[in-house]
Each structure stands twice: as C-alpha cells, then as structure tokens.
Design a protein around this ligand. Structure first.
Ligand SMILES: [Zn+2]
Length: 333
C-alpha cells in the first residue's frame, strides 16, 4: 500500500518532469525572435493580471473569481475589450460604455510586463529559472506600485509570495533540476533564508522603534523580506538588503536636502501642481518627494517596499559577481 503511493508519486513527478522538458524543448527550439514575440504576448497577458492585482488588492476586491469591470460605471468588460495593449488602442483609452478615461497605467504595465518576460526569455531561455523569475516579477510590480501609492503591502503578495516561493523550492528539490539553473533554490535554502531574513528585519524593526520612537519599517517590510528570501536564498537576500538600504538612504538624503532648500509651502505647491496637471512623467524622485508624507516637517515616510524589490532584482543579476569579486575568492570557496 505504502509503496504503491510512493510509486504513484514517483510516476506523477516523472510526468511533470516530462511535461516541463517537452515544453522547454518546444519553445527553445524556435527562432529567438519568434520566441520573444510569443513570450512578450504571454507577458502582456500577465501584465493585465498585474493591473488587476494593483487595482483590487488595496480595495480588497476578489482578484481571482470576479471578472473585470469598469471602476466608473461598473459594467462588466467583454473579453474582446480586454485584450492587452490592443484593446486600449482600439477603445482609444476610454471605457466602451461610459467613455470614462482608462488610466495610462494599464497599457504601460502591460507593455513593461511583456518586455520583462521577453528579456528574461532572452537571458534564460524557457527554463526553470525563467519560470521562477517570471513569478517573482508578477509579485514585484504590484508591491512597488501599491506600496508607493498606499504605503501598504498586501498580505496576498507577501504571504502569498512566501507560499509560492516555498512551493517552487519544494518542486525543484523533488524534481531535482540540476540542469542549468543558477538562481532557483531547493527547499532547505528557501526555508533557511526565510528564517534569517525575518530575524534580520525584526531586529531592525525593533531597533528603529527603540531609537526613533516610531515605526522605521512597516511590518509589511518584514513579511516582504521573507518573500524575497523564499525566492532568492540567504546570500542574494543579504546583497539585496544592502542595495535596498543604499538606494533608500540616498533618496532619504535627497528628500532631506530638498526639504531644506525648498520649504514646506513650496513642496505643497509642487504637490498641487503635479496632481492637477497629471504630469506623472516628471522625474521619479520629484514624484516620490511629493508622494512622501511631509506633513510633519522632519519625519518623512518613504515606502521601503519598492527599494526592497529593486534591491532584490539587483541581487538576482549581480550576487554572483559581487561574491566572486569581493568575498569568495578571498575565503577560498
Ligand atoms: Zn465605464
């Protein structure tokens, strides 16, 4: 009986392995340019889903089963009005029913997602690494936008991300992809990194609370650290935190200087200008300053989630380079 179960499980795993291998083979054998276009289209579809996450998660609307609707008139959106990029152009950026303007954020997110998927494909091919990083991207972008807009990071992204990271790591361990993977983890590395990252961030959380007498980090950041750990592992996480704190403090300093130079009233004027003119394309730093809570003169709140995500993507591409250059060769690893 017990051996039957193991046999069944083994067959099942082999079947998944076979499926993955044949998909890999099919997609990797096509011309890179055609492959790029196919993967780009896939990316825009996931971009569409990312838009749904960005809009619905902060409002706590079901993001899986509830079908798309217009935020203004509430009419359900037909599938042929919901084709990534193309529908936006055909509808001239307006709702089919009430002619309400559709935010430019929608096609932008769809396009960026297509591009990121395409670039990941060019770098990794259709591999396990590609799959893992594509999923990490689907979590990354909503974290950046939602934390920036609302200063929260929904649990669906952090806790959900941890679960996805762990499942991927478990699958990798079970299916033993020794293949060409340089990024994805096994289950023990993933668990280890979650524990280490939570410890680090809980310590920082309470330290900053103790020193500044206020929340220096949100608890969402602690959870996000665990999410990053579950995908990246211990060393890349440390590298990512280094970059996040570096970028974060550069911006913090910039804001302090700007606050010193232009006084509070002027910043408020700037705030009014940017929002009334809809000039969202002005530099990120200015928008960041404007979005930053500057009501209390000396305490600026910077959403840290976007920096953690930025640091994570830096770590994904540069960890090996950094460890090789500065540490491991010295230590003789
Ligand atoms: Zn409408």
């Amino acid at each position: 009986m017990f051996s039957d179960i193991i046999l069944f499980f083994n067959d099942f795993l082999n079947y998944i392995k076979y499926l993955i291998k044949s998909t890999e083979f099919l997609l990797n054998s096509v011309d890179k340019r055609i492959g790029f276009i196919i993967i780009f289209i896939f990316g825009t579809i996931f971009g569409s889903f990312i838009n749904v996450l960005i809009y619905r998660l902060p409002l706590e609307i079901d993001f899986i089963f509830k079908s798309s609707f217009c935020p203004k008139c509430g009419n359900p959106i037909k599938w042929y009005h919901n084709i990534p990029l193309i529908s936006y152009i055909i509808l001239k950026g307006r709702c089919y029913y009430c002619k309400e303007k559709i935010s430019f954020q929608y096609p932008i997110v769809e396009f960026i997602s297509g591009l990121v998927f395409g670039l990941l494909y060019l770098k990794f091919g259709v591999t396990w690494d590609f799959f893992v990083l594509a999923l990490f991207y689907i979590i990354s972008l909503p974290v950046i936008v939602i934390d920036f807009k609302y200063q929260i990071i929904p649990d669906e992204l952090t806790i959900g991300g941890i679960v996805i990271g762990l499942i991927l790591a478990l699958l990798r361990s079970l299916l033993s992809f020794q293949l060409d993977s340089s990024i994805s983890l096994g289950i023990f590395d993933s668990l280890m990194a979650i524990i280490v990252n939570v410890l680090i961030f809980v310590i920082i959380y309470y330290l900053s609370f103790f020193i500044y007498k206020k929340e220096g980090l949100g608890f969402g950041d602690v959870k996000l650290a665990a999410t990053i750990g579950s995908f990246l592992g211990v060393y890349p996480s440390l590298v990512s935190f280094f970059f996040s704190f570096l970028f974060g403090s550069i911006l913090g300093l910039l804001i302090m200087i700007i606050n010193k130079i232009i006084n509070y009233k002027k910043v408020n004027l700037l705030k009014k200008y940017v929002f009334s003119s809809g000039d969202y394309l002005s530099t990120i730093s200015i928008i960041y300053v404007v979005k930053t809570d500057i009501d209390k003169k000396n305490s600026v709140y910077i959403a840290f989630g976007p920096f953690m995500i930025l640091g994570a993507w830096f770590a994904i591409f540069f960890t090996n380079f950094i460890l090789d250059t500065f540490f491991l060769t010295e230590l003789g690893f």
